[in-house]
Design a protein. Sequence first.
Lengths: 425, 425
Amino acid sequence: MQLNQASQAQLSQWQSELTAEYQALQQQHLNLDLTRGKPSTEQLSLSDALDGILNGNYTTADGTDARNYGGIDGIAEAKALGANILQVNADEILVGGNSSLTLMHQTLTMAYLFGFNDPASAWKNETAPKFLCPVPGYDRHFSICEQLGIEMITVPMTATGPDMDQVEAMIKADSSIKGMWCVPKYSNPTGVTYSDETVDRIAQLGKIASGNFRVMWDNAYAVHGLTDTPQAMASIMAACRKHNTEDSVIQFASTSKITHAGSGIAFMASAPSNLKAFKAFLGIGTIGPDKVNQLRHMKLIPNMDALQSHMAKHTAIIKPRFDSVLRNLDAAFSDSDLGAWEKPEGGYFISFDAQSGCAQRIVQLAAEAGVKLTPAGATYPYSNDPEDRNIRIAPTVPTVEQVETAMQVFIVCVKLASVEAKLAA
Amino acid sequence: MQLNQASQAQLSQWQSELTAEYQALQQQHLNLDLTRGKPSTEQLSLSDALDGILNGNYTTADGTDARNYGGIDGIAEAKALGANILQVNADEILVGGNSSLTLMHQTLTMAYLFGFNDPASAWKNETAPKFLCPVPGYDRHFSICEQLGIEMITVPMTATGPDMDQVEAMIKADSSIKGMWCVPKYSNPTGVTYSDETVDRIAQLGKIASGNFRVMWDNAYAVHGLTDTPQAMASIMAACRKHNTEDSVIQFASTSKITHAGSGIAFMASAPSNLKAFKAFLGIGTIGPDKVNQLRHMKLIPNMDALQSHMAKHTAIIKPRFDSVLRNLDAAFSDSDLGAWEKPEGGYFISFDAQSGCAQRIVQLAAEAGVKLTPAGATYPYSNDPEDRNIRIAPTVPTVEQVETAMQVFIVCVKLASVEAKLAA
């Protein structure tokens, strides 16, 4: 289907055919959900041994009673795993509670209100502090900036990461840019892994930005490959060491998509100076994280080898779902101008770019046929996708059969919305 | 020992005798700790069944998979228990992660930055927002105010709670007073439980204070009696309903001193309007609390009966420690003017008021004899006990034998510091 070459008559005929097809799908009264990046039940069950895994032994490797208060930055064995995942030293890691999003929220709240270096470095002192947001990106990152009143400036994602020429030019031109969001590996939602050059250029931003600039490096999918040969990503900390910018980047990761999504443990890594300031902030609001749960996690996943074989089981479960999405998109659109998408080698999403002005209508049509999609625009700051093109597909929760059905609906909706738009043009 | 009637010669003699006694104690090279209100190992072990208690069943009563993301305000069965503890309705409760302190920190951060009602109600809009702090009180409460730059004004604690005449007069006189800290039952550190009249008068503060005034009602020791007949406290929410001030009080509690101190679950209760605003704030920084841990707790402590019999086991363990402290204080000081203290019927502390100007010296002497005490002044905002009198004794962690030894040291230190002060006067 090539809309650009189609006559008005052809478009009208397609519209009636597609409408009939769509109405038939509506008659199936489907109730399918491709909205959020959640693990499926099958994936969650991979970690059910967590409950009971301690066998009555609540003592950490260094003899700490994990049950009691204390230990603001987590237990040593969990730090060791986090340091391996994020490729940092043992004094550059902190292990928190069940949510890396919480660590990010706390980090930005602290940087905004109190500053990493001293009160003068607090972002609130700026008339209009700003953040760079590669798009499409992760809605929950954008919500934190919006809550704090940090203005978001978009930068396009490319196949190698954010457009670094633009990033560098913007930072050089505007000292009120205080940071940038990054999901560097199997990016949410495009699936792109930053190239070595991108990683190195991001590590250098600390040299051209203002002193209190911080890259929020959300490595949420660090070990979440979908193939037998996971992509390698250059170490941001190693690059920072080369450029003496260790304090310009703060890394995050978690076990949310490794063990139980709502009951995992979260990691944060940065220069010791940043962690020191953060721990002082954190210590006002907590006596420490849930160390018992950290200990449970270390019994289930004691090291990187165990982590990799655990993740291979996730891959085996979710790869068929991604394959289904990609097979359906290929079959429907590879010879058309109706959409473009990346083939991710990891992560939780497939990012679909429809024709301009069609995303909202596609999501609406799908919803009315019983297929929930992430709201159009959600992948942009302020939910404003200026071209109304991007739709994030999250295929992990439904079964393969459900993904197949949902994709059939999705495809009809894309076609119908595109034909409608062309007819209205 | 009555210092006021002692001659200089008598004082000097006491000083040499006490110094000799003190030096002998130092030779024992003790290493004892009466600093923080932590449960003892024995107490923690009461809840060791938590790990493994789910038996592979991670489903909540309403069919939710506790392992996955979601549910910002906690699982229904945990809400029911929290509502019982704090005596509120099911729509007036929220269940969080492992720390009620975190909920308090988030509450004040939100009220300060964004307001409970609308941006205009944010406390940061005040030139100098203030908080009333009954003293002696809990250092971690004061640290939150200090972090946010909320000025703290002290109010004396009495045997029935804060001096309510002063509280009411201050609030009437100053609309920049935005709230008050309360530990209403077995108060930290005095052990006082607020009288019915105090509870009722606090419920009426919302009528005389500014619209965005909030009482922070930290009911940390709600079920933590030390006797067979726990004290009853009037329900603050019932009193608020009577006076139409439901949104003026926010209650907190947790299982930190019920199950595993660092790995419990926390409760927050208030008017639905407050909870709605809080959940909107909270949802920016988390997808939800650890529901698996909430479910574990509900298996261990499904209802108030189970809770009460569980708490009776705690009482059996820690009461002998409190008895030891009180017996030693009585024996040493009941016929002297060297100190005054309350006899708590619950909670985690005994609050000791030395002679003015002696608390810091007592803590220092004790430390140098191997007995750690909470730093003098910690029970006051800005760590400033203007009379340098109050010392908080936390006897739960050491064994009874250790408490006995520590109290012998403490008593010698109190006597020695008092004699020194009298001689220097």
